[in-house]
Design a binder for this molecule. Structure first.
Ligand code: GTP
Length: 333
C-alpha cells in the first residue's frame, strides 16, 4: 500500500484575488474544496495516509479536514514557515512518514481521473526510482515536455520551448521510491521539476513515465478553475467526492449543496454549482458558474462563467460574465 503527499502550499498568484484569503487548494469547485476532490481520488486508489504539505495560509486546512477520519484517511500536516518549493516541500513532508512504502506525490491543483492504482503497480513492477504520470496535450508549448524511450523510460525533462519534441507533459502526480526523497536536501528551497527530476535523469536513475490520457486538468488559471468545476458537475470528471458530501440536488447541469436557498423561478444550468447557504433570488440566471457558500445573487441577476466568492453579493439585475466577484471587487477574467 502506498502513502501520499499533497502539495498545497503555493501562493496561487494566477487566481488572485480569490487566493487572497483562501489557498488555491481550498477554493470551492463543484461544492467542495479542490483538495477534497483529490483526497477522494487518493482514497479510491487505496491510499489511506496523506501528508498535506502546507505553507501559504496553512492554518485554513486543519479546521476543515481535521484528522481526515471523515474521509477514511489519516491526515498529517506539514507546515513550511517559508515555502520550500515543490522539492523542499516533499522532503519536509516525507520526514513525517517514515515509511518503506511507495510515496505518491500530488500537485494540489490538478483534477485527474487517471488510473493511479496502475501507476503505482507499474512503478513497483519496474522497481523504479520515480514514475511520473504523463498526459498528452494538443499544444505542449505552454508546458515543459517529457520524452520517453520505447520502454517508457524518461529520457529528458525539458523546459517550455517553441517546438516541443513530444506532446507528453508532466501531469503532476509522481510515485517515488522513498529512498529518492530521503536524498533531497532538507530545509532548502528546491524545485522538483526544475532541479530534482533533471538531476535524476542525468544520473541515469530509473525514472519512468506512466502514460494515461484519462480526464486531466490543471485548475491553476481562472478559466481552468471554472471548467474543472463544470466538468465535475456535468460528470465529465470523476466526482466521487460528492458521494460523501451534503448535496441537496445534482441534476440537469446543476449542483445545489444543502442549505442553499433558491427561488423557484431562478434558472441554474451549464454545470453551475451553488454552495451551502447561498441565496439565489427570483428570475436570476446562473450558467457555468461557481456560487460559493453564503454568497447572494439577487433577483433578476445574470451570472455567466463566473466565480462568486463566499459572502460576496451580486446586485439585483446585474449582468456578470467571465468575472471573479469578491466581497470587494468584480474582476474580469
Ligand atoms: P501560481 O502562483 O499561480 O503559479 O500557483 P502555485 O503557487 O500553486 O504554483 P504551482 O501551480 O506551480 O504549484 C504546483 C503545486 O505545488 C500547487 O499545488 C502548489 O500549492 C504546490 N506548491 C508550489 N510551491 C510550493 C511550496 O513552496 N510548498 C508547498 N508545500 N507547496 C507548493
Amino acid at each position: 500500500m502506498a502513502v501520499g503527499i499533497l502539495l498545497v502550499g503555493g501562493f496561487g498568484t494566477r487566481l488572485m484575488p480569490l487566493t487572497k484569503h483562501t489557498p488555491k487548494p481550498m477554493l470551492t469547485i463543484a461544492g467542495l474544496p479542490v483538495t477534497e476532490h483529490q483526497l477522494a481520488m487518493a482514497r479510491n486508489a487505496g491510499i489511506t495516509t496523506v501528508v498535506l504539505a502546507t505553507s501559504y495560509l496553512s492554518e485554513l486546512f486543519t479546521p476543515y479536514f481535521g484528522d481526515g477520519s471523515k474521509w477514511g484517511i489519516k491526515l498529517i500536516y506539514a507546515v513550511e514557515e517559508k515555502p520550500l518549493g515543490t522539492g523542499g516541500a516533499i522532503a519536509n513532508a516525507a520526514q513525517l512518514l517514515d515509511t518503506q512504502e511507495s510515496i505518491v506525490v500530488f500537485n494540489g491543483d490538478v483534477l485527474s481521473s487517471h488510473n493511479l492504482k496502475e501507476q503505482i503497480r507499474q512503478h513497483e513492477a519496474n522497481d523504479a526510482d520515480v514514475t511520473l504520470h504523463l498526459t498528452a496535450v494538443e499544444d505542449a508549448r505552454a508546458y515543459g515536455c517529457v520524452p520517453t524511450d520505447s520502454n517508457g523510460r524518461v529520457t529528458a525533462f525539458l523546459e517550455k520551448m517553441d517546438n516541443p519534441i513530444t506532446n507528453m507533459i508532466n501531469a503532476g502526480c509522481y510515485v517515488f521510491n522513498p529512498a529518492v526523497i530521503k536524498a533531497i536536501a532538507l530545509n532548502t528551497v528546491i524545485s522538483i521539476e526544475r532541479e530534482t527530476f533533471p538531476e535524476l535523469i542525468s544520473k541515469n536513475a530509473k525514472v519512468f513515465g506512466f502514460m494515461d490520457n484519462a480526464y486531466w486538468l490543471d485548475i491553476g488559471t481562472p478559466e481552468a478553475l471554472l471548467k474543472g468545476s463544470r466538468d465535475l458537475v456535468l460528470g465529465v470528471a470523476d466526482a466521487s467526492a460528492l458521494s460523501m458530501a451534503h448535496v441537496a440536488r445534482h441534476e440537469g447541469g446543476a449542483l445545489i449543496m444543502e442549505g442553499a436557498v433558491i427561488d423557484s423561478t431562478a434558472v441554474i444550468s451549464g454545470g453551475s454549482s451553488i454552495g451551502g447557504h447561498a441565496t439565489i433570488g427570483a428570475s436570476a440566471e446562473i450558467s457555468g458558474s461557481i456560487i460559493d457558500k453564503g454568497a447572494i445573487v439577487n433577483s433578476g441577476a445574470i451570472v455567466i462563467d463566473s466565480f462568486v466568492e463566499s459572502g460576496a453579493i451580486v446586485e439585483k439585475n446585474a449582468h456578470i460574465s467571465h468575472a471573479f466577484v469578491t466581497k470587494d471587487e468584480i474582476l474580469s477574467i
